[in-house]
Each structure stands twice: as structure tokens, then as C-alpha cells.
Design a protein around this ligand. Structure first.
Ligand code: GDP
Ligand code: MG
Length: 187
């Protein structure tokens, strides 16, 4: 959040000490809960109304397995699926692909993201981790996507898979982001 300020003054910033970073991009169709999940991770709070067109990158100092890491989270806001996705695909070191368990349409939509990410990592021959996330687990009564469908899709694209809710406990959301860090360290 301090980026860009150095330019407007003559102050040359002291280079940061080499803190390891992990860039997590959050992808999925509009309404799946990307912003709610991002905000929950960063603030421990559920924000129910968030500008659907706002795309931003946030930063948080985390400790994962006793090791410090700066986790940068890009909360994307695509309006027509993964077009112009190169900017975030090449930035990311881990991918969080979100759908909502109460929306079949969001589940179909997230597959385009899995395909775009896979095509990208395959072309670069990298193995950045992908996590498939079924959100809105609190909406169990309105479920349209079974847990089995979610895990089948995850294994088809070789991703980890979790079901969570941005409005329930913080720790299960934190766990997902920390798992992304853990996996990207391993690659
Ligand atoms: P985005 O477009 O993917 O960023 O989605 P938002 O984070 O803006 O969320 C879309 C809508 O779903 C908002 O009305 C949120 O309040 C709601 N929402 C997000 N996550 C959850 C969740 O886990 N459970 C429920 N019940 N609603 C959620
Ligand atoms: Mg959003």
C-alpha cells in the first residue's frame, strides 16, 4: 500500500530486506465471494457488501510453519471470465479458484479459470499450486454443487480442494491461504 509514493518525492527507498513473498491471486466468477474471503483473511471480519468491480492487491505479514512471509493477495474482479488474464497469471505464485456451493453457474464458471491457469503454468512449465475453493458452506440448504463434484473437479486439475464459508470461522480461511504459501514453498 506504500507503492507509488517514492516517485513523487526525491527520496529513494531503502531496498527491503529479502523477505520471502507469496503472491496469491483470487479468481472466480462475480458473486462467488472472492472479496469476502480476501477481507476475512486480512481482517478476520465478514464484510457482506463489497464493491463488485473493485480489484486490488493487499499485503499481510504472516507466519507459516514458524517462517515469516509477506502474503500478497490480488482480489480480482473480472466481468467476462478470464480475458486479459495474463497480468495476474504471470504475477501469481499460487492460485485460489473460488466458486459458491449454492451456485451451479459459479461452478461452471470457475472451470474456465482452472483451464486458463493450467494452460499458463503448463506453457511456462511451472508448478504453482492451485487451490479450488467451494465457498458459502453456510448455505448448505441451498447447495447446488455436491462435495463430490468439487473434489472430482479438483483432482481433474490436480488441485487441493476445500469447502469454506467467508462468514463462518476465520481459522479455516486462514488455513487455505497458509496452505497456498506452504504449497508454493514446496514447488
Ligand atoms: P466477489 O464478486 O467474488 O468478490 O463476491 P463478494 O465477496 O462481493 O460476495 C458476493 C456476495 O456473496 C455478497 O453479497 C456477499 O455478502 C456474499 N457472500 C460472500 N461470501 C459468502 C459466504 O461465505 N456465505 C454467504 N452466505 N454469503 C457470502
Ligand atoms: Mg469482489
Amino acid at each position: 500500500l506504500m507503492f507509488g509514493k517514492a516517485k513523487s518525492s526525491n527520496f529513494s527507498p531503502i531496498p527491503e530486506r529479502g523477505q520471502p513473498e507469496c503472491n496469491v491471486v483470487v479468481l472466480g466468477v462475480m458473486g462467488s465471494g472472492k472479496s469476502a474471503l480476501t477481507v476475512k483473511f486480512l481482517t478476520k471480519r465478514f464484510i457482506s457488501e463489497y464493491d463488485p468491480h473493485l480489484e486490488d492487491t493487499y499485503s499481510s505479514e504472516e507466519i507459516v510453519d514458524q517462517q515469516p512471509v509477506i502474503v500478497k493477495v490480488m482480489d480480482t474482479a473480472d466481468q467476462d471470465g478470464p480475458v486479459n488474464c495474463e497480468r495476474y497469471l504471470s504475477w501469481a505464485s499460487a492460485y485460489l479458484v473460488v466458486y459458491s456451493i449454492d451456485s451451479r453457474q459459479s461452478f461452471e464458471g470457475c472451470q474456465q479459470y482452472l483451464e486458463a491457469v493450467t494452460a499458463h503454468t503448463r506453457a511456462l512449465q511451472t508448478h504453482s499450486p492451485i487451490i479450488l475453493l467451494g465457498n458459502k458452506l453456510d448455505m448448505e440448504r441451498y447447495r447446488q454443487v455436491s462435495k463430490m463434484d468439487g473434489s472430482a473437479l479438483a483432482s481433474r486439475f490436480d488441485c487441493l480442494f476445500f469447502e469454506v464459508s467467508a462468514c463462518l470461522d476465520f481459522l479455516s480461511i486462514q488455513r487455505v491461504f497458509h496452505e497456498a504459501v506452504r504449497e508454493s514453498r514446496r514447488e
